[in-house]
Design a protein around this ligand. Structure first.
Ligand SMILES: C=C1C[C@]23C[C@@]1(O)CC[C@H]2[C@@]12CCC[C@@](C)(C(=O)O1)[C@H]2[C@@H]3C(=O)O
Ligand SMILES: O=C(O)CCC(=O)C(=O)O
Ligand SMILES: [Fe+2]
Length: 364
């Protein structure tokens, strides 16, 4: 189970709904984040892949190599369940601040309510609230809703089960496209190749409507430290991904679609073939936005390293073996430079990690 990413001290946000102007502490300058032009989806767009398409494996491989992100449709997760998890999240973030703080993430904890963890790397605050669930939500949900927490817990549990199934399927497709067979080549995939022992965290994100969205930041640019992330977003757009050499590309919500991010551990496992995607969330003047990220990684004892099938005399291993917890600790210290700290060898093409950007990250 993941242990921690650095924890921002819990300070209650102002009541977002009462603010007519953006406080200076929330006003970002271009140089506060990664400064690239933004494009709307007409310039280039993140691939949308139908999981029922017989070419899904090839399409996913291509999307992973060129984008590090894609959307999936016909993924088998019911609209009813997506609606239910959205409704539970909305109910949670609508609670009064004092109630939410009863389930606050503790300074050295991983689960609970709080600010974006990555806040400590930036001088400006982010226009968002988050709630992380690792393991059972029971204890925290009982504090939030003393009388009727069980329905909300059931929704989260069912959602996690469905996500785990989908993540296992996606692992087979993403690895399959690299010539890696879960059954033969990944020991921890288990006898049924269902990756039963995998670990995961659920991150609920809430971005209230904002009086000055062009100067605010919902969640600053980052990569996920996962093997893969499955992201559900409600009908308000806001997610952007960085396409190398192009700029920030919007990822508009697709009805019943789910966004799949390649994470840093998949980048390591693929020996650099699949880039982990740098992404951020912007906010909206009139509409709030919700997103639910299922962050998926290996069992805690498993060390992820470049797969032997992808290593050879002309392809030396680029990264040293590392567990998810060790990687989270590295990320907590070095944030968007974490991959470079795990790298043992400069790629033969001489390029540095795609995600190593010069933003306002404070290291240490
Ligand atoms: C397992 C995890 C990945 C994560 C840190 C965490 O312990 C739980 C929350 C995850 C999250 C979600 C928002 C973006 C992110 C960078 C963050 O600050 O918390 C990710 C972390 C990650 O993938 O590194
Ligand atoms: O809200 C979004 O679209 C992005 C959320 C995200 O990147 C995360 O939770 O890791
Ligand atoms: Fe993310």
């Amino acid at each position: 189970m993941p242990s921690r990413l650095s924890d921002a001290i819990i300070r209650p946000h102002p009541d977002f709904t009462s603010l007519q102007e953006l406080p200076e502490s929330y006003a970002w300058n271009q140089r506060d984040d990664i400064d690239y032009p933004s494009f709307d989806s007409s310039a280039e767009s993140v691939p949308i892949i139908d999981l029922n398409d017989p070419n899904a494996l090839q399409n996913i491989g291509h999307a992973c190599r060129t984008w590090g992100v894609f959307q999936v449709i016909n993924h088998g997760v019911s609209t009813t369940l997506l609606d239910m998890v959205e409704s539970t999240s909305r109910t949670l973030f609508s609670l009064p601040v004092n109630q939410k703080l009863k389930a606050a993430r503790s300074p050295d904890g991983v689960s609970g309510y709080g600010f974006a963890r990555i806040s400590s790397f930036f001088s400006k605050l982010m226009w968002s609230e988050g709630f992380t669930i690792v393991g059972s939500p029971d204890e925290h949900f009982r504090q939030l809703w003393p009388h009727d927490y069980t329905n909300h817990c059931d929704v989260i549990k069912e959602y996690k089960q469905e996500m785990k199934k989908l993540a296992g399927r996606l692992m087979c497709l993403m690895l399959g496209s690299l010539g890696i067979t879960a059954k033969q080549d990944i020991k921890w995939a288990g006898p049924k190749s269902d990756f039963k022992e995998a670990s995961a965290a659920l991150q609920l994100n809430y971005y209230p409507a904002c009086p000055d969205p062009d100067r605010a930041m919902g969640l600053a640019a980052h990569t996920d430290s996962t093997l893969l992330t499955i992201l559900y977003q409600n009908s308000t757009s806001g997610l952007q991904v960085l396409k190398e050499g192009v700029g920030w590309i919007k990822v508009p919500p697709v009805p019943d679609g789910l966004v799949i991010n390649v994470g840093d551990l998949m980048h390591i496992l693929s020996n650099g073939s699949y880039p982990s995607v740098l992404h951020r969330a912007m906010v909206n003047r009139t509409r709030h936005r919700l997103s639910i990220a299922y962050l998926y990684g290996p069992p805690s004892s498993v060390k992820i390293s470049p797969h032997p099938k992808l290593v050879g005399p002309t392809h030396p291993p680029l990264y040293r073996p590392i567990t998810w917890n060790e990687y989270l600790d590295t990320k907590a210290k070095y944030f968007n430079k974490a991959l470079s700290w795990v790298r043992v060898c400069v790629p033969l093409n001489g390029l540095v990690d795609v995600n190593e950007h010069n933003n306002s990250v404070k290291v240490g």
